[in-house]
Design a protein around this ligand. Structure first.
Ligand SMILES: C[S@@+](CC[C@H](N)C(=O)[O-])C[C@H]1O[C@@H](n2cnc3c(N)ncnc32)[C@H](O)[C@@H]1O
Length: 201
């Protein structure tokens, strides 16, 4: 049977914020590493219920903006409800592999999302070729360890093959796509890979 990510994540949406409690201090610590600052523009891919977006909004302030994208309608609906108070935040439903926009962003963030991408080289080529502005950065991060991500996915029929590789392997994929690798580490409680699109082609 063909895999249906939209249906799978739609079913998880309602309980996501309670079953998958995120530690605000850890999210702030990870975001502090990204260099996202006042006035910046950010594309948050696989935003889910919008967990990361208030923290991104905190960094970009009133003058920046944040766009969240998610494939699951129920995730998007919950995120949009929670974030309605911000007029410089938007959330859209789309399969990121089919997403296109006229805008280019200074940062692309992926919190707990990267394992769900099947064709990672194509995804990274789209990030660098279409969505990131010259000099912009891509941040792939997790607020739990790689072992825990893979254990959680291993228990699921739908996403059991969605493995998070050692960060060095993801770093090599970044380099192969044309990124300058700026950070690459993993610990018992987090995972972080950051690449920069060259400012000049
Ligand atoms: C593990 S959840 C993470 C959600 C959120 N970033 C967080 O950390 O709470 C992964 C999210 O990616 C979304 N997703 C999966 N495949 C996608 C795709 N091809 N395009 C856009 N979103 C996708 C799912 O709907 C889900 O909300």
């Amino acid at each position: 049977m063909q895999r249906n990510d939209r249906e799978f994540f739609n079913a998880l949406a309602e309980s996501w914020d309670t079953t998958r409690a995120h530690d605000p201090a850890r999210l702030r610590e990870l975001i502090a590493r990204t260099g996202i600052g006042s006035g910046d523009t950010v594309l948050d891919i696989g935003c889910g219920t919008g967990v990361l977006i208030p923290f991104l909004r905190e960094r970009v302030g009133d003058s920046g903006c944040v766009l969240g994208i998610d494939i699951a309608d129920n995730m998007v609906e919950l995120a949009a409800g929670k974030l309605a108070r911000f007029d410089n935040v938007a959330v859209r439903r789309a399969d990121i592999m089919e997403f296109s926009t006229d805008c280019q962003f200074q940062h692309v963030t992926c919190l707990n999302f990267f394992p769900h991408i099947q064709d990672r080289p194509t995804f990274l080529r789209k990030v660098i070729g279409e969505w990131l502005a010259p000099g912009g950065t891509l941040h792939v991060f997790h607020d739990i360890s790689r072992a825990r991500v893979n254990a959680i996915h291993g228990e699921s029929k739908t996403v059991k093959e969605d493995r998070l590789p050692p960060c060095g392997e993801v770093g090599e994929l970044f380099r192969a796509a044309g990124f300058i690798l700026e950070a690459c580490f993993e610990t018992d409680e987090s995972y972080f890979v950051q690449g920069r699109k060259p400012a000049m082609p």
